[in-house]
Design a protein around this ligand. Structure first.
Ligand code: AMP
Length: 219
């Protein structure tokens, strides 16, 4: 299955993708994680991307699209994926469609995690991310068994620099202006499935498992 996840920052795209990647045998490709790795490694792409990410702006389409195209092209033939955080503009969606059409492996669904604004702010303000493997936690909703430590890889948990209140507000504006129009793009192609992003990850996984089974996308 080839999936795209849509929804504002804090909708739970990363937590959902982390919950289904093994269960549904999908490659999890998170544009934000790939960019943060590049920033940490101080590659030319990372240095350039950091200027935008620190301000909560989108990284230019050409840079992100090249990164994702390379990842998707590197997957074993027939391997499904869940794209988390990409596409975020219509230009990126068009580029993705072109790349997948070239590989004769079109997208199966775009899932929209519809989420209440108050919940988004609460989720982002408490978010903790593993510096080693990118696993998501939350200070109150999903605390790690050992404080400050990832139970998946033992890495250190940290708060993302762009999860500060002033940057959060700007990222939400950027989402409304540049990314929300993608809902119409996928809806008009018959690919959009709405999901309730306010529910727990477990409930969301159960709801989408049932929906995808019914659609013949999951066994
Ligand atoms: P995320 O981890 O998905 O919240 O992304 C963190 C930041 O990385 C965003 O605020 C953007 O600055 C950048 N970013 C991630 N994905 C994209 C994308 N598809 N297009 C442009 N910028 C992106």
């Amino acid at each position: 299955m080839r999936l795209v996840l849509l929804g504002p920052p804090g909708a739970g795209k990363g937590s959902f993708a982390q919950a289904v990647r093994d269960r549904w045998a999908l490659a999890h490709i998170a544009s934000g994680d790939l960019l943060r790795e590049a920033v940490k490694a101080k590659t030319p792409l990372g240095v350039e991307a950091d200027r935008y990410m620190a301000r909560g702006e989108l990284v230019p389409d050409a840079l992100v699209t090249a990164l994702i195209r390379e990842r998707v092209a590197g997957l074993d033939a027939g391997r499904g994926f869940v794209l988390d955080g990409f596409p975020r503009t219509e230009a990126q969606a068009v580029a993705l469609d072109a790349a997948l059409a070239g590989a004769k492996a079109p997208l199966d669904r775009a899932v929209y995690l519809k989420t209440s604004p108050a919940l988004i702010v609460r989720r982002l303000a408490g978010r903790l991310v593993c510096a080693g493997c990118g696993q998501n936690y939350h200070a109150t909703n999903r605390p790690p068994p050992r404080e400050g430590v990832c139970d998946r890889c033992g890495g250190r948990l940290e708060t993302r620099a762009d999860d500060r209140p002033e940057t959060i507000a700007h990222r939400l504006e950027v989402y409304e202006r540049q990314t929300a129009p993608l809902l119409a793009y996928y809806r008009s192609r018959g690919l959009l499935r709405d999901a309730d992003g306010d529910q727990s990850v477990e409930a969301l996984v159960a709801a989408l498992t049932a929906a995808f089974r019914q659609d013949g996308l999951l066994a």
